[in-house]
Design a protein around this ligand. Structure first.
Ligand SMILES: O=C(CO)[C@@H](O)[C@H](O)[C@H](O)[C@H](O)COP(=O)(O)O
Ligand SMILES: [Zn+2]
Length: 212
């Protein structure tokens, strides 16, 4: 075990304070931008609710931190979010290491999500790709396969959107350069979508969302 004397004598209060100050400013500008896009968030939430109401499935996919977001959001829906209610059909395509390693090894990493979408996706389902850069080829490939198979396609992305908007029926771009800030905005959007799904399906206490 490391001796306590290895720790700095004083916590770097000024640096931490500056960091928090900068993060607050960055979050303020990101959330200001999301506020501008709230109509789009509402439209996507209503569309996802309609997909689920019709007995279809949401398929989530992304890399790294976005893979974690996919699992997080699929769990909110198939497991539990804010209310006791029936489980909803949502799955993350990022979790089965046997499928991921088989497909990457035999067909290439670009195919790891596309092949699962081809195997599992049905017309009327919704494919949700998450990529902070909008440049990840495996995410773009899966969206292309989904669209060709008659799935609705939704993207969460960042920076200038990369190629994502042209692969998606509905796409939210978080116009920030820092991957961490984009991911934080994505999980905020994801939670908002979960709340709206529960509201639209009559599964939660009222929240301000019209026209479900
Ligand atoms: O979480 C982080 C960085 O915050 C990383 O794991 C990050 O998700 C990975 O580098 C991803 O491969 C980036 O892919 P993408 O978001 O550009 O599609
Ligand atoms: Zn991250």
């Amino acid at each position: 075990m490391k001796a306590a004397s290895c720790l700095p004598a004083q916590p770097p209060v000024d640096e931490l304070g500056q960091l928090f100050h900068r993060l607050l400013q960055e979050h303020q500008s990101v959330f200001h931008e999301l506020h501008r896009q709230q109509m789009l968030v509402g439209q996507i939430g209503r569309r996802l609710a309609a997909v689920l109401r019709a007995g279809h499935t949401l398929l989530f996919f992304g890399n790294g931190g976005s893979a974690a977001d996919c699992q997080h959001l699929a769990a909110e829906l198939s497991g539990r979010f804010q209310r006791e209610r029936r489980p909803l059909a949502a799955v993350a395509l990022t979790t089965d290491s046997s499928v991921l390693t088989c497909v990457a090894n035999d067909y290439g990493y670009d195919e790891v999500f596309a092949r699962q979408v081809a195997a599992l996706g049905r017309p009327g389902d919704c494919a949700i790709g998450i990529s902070t850069s909008g440049q990840s080829r495996n995410v773009l490939r899966a969206l292309a396969v989904a669209r060709a198979a008659g799935l609705h396609t939704v993207g969460l992305t960042g920076r200038d959107g990369g190629y994502m908007p042209s692969f998606c029926d509905q796409c939210i771009v978080v116009p920030h350069e820092d991957t961490a800030r984009i991911q934080e905005a994505h999980i905020f959007i994801g939670h908002t979508l979960c709340a709206q799904i529960e509201y639209c399906l009559g599964l939660a206490a009222p929240q301000p969302a019209a026209g479900c």
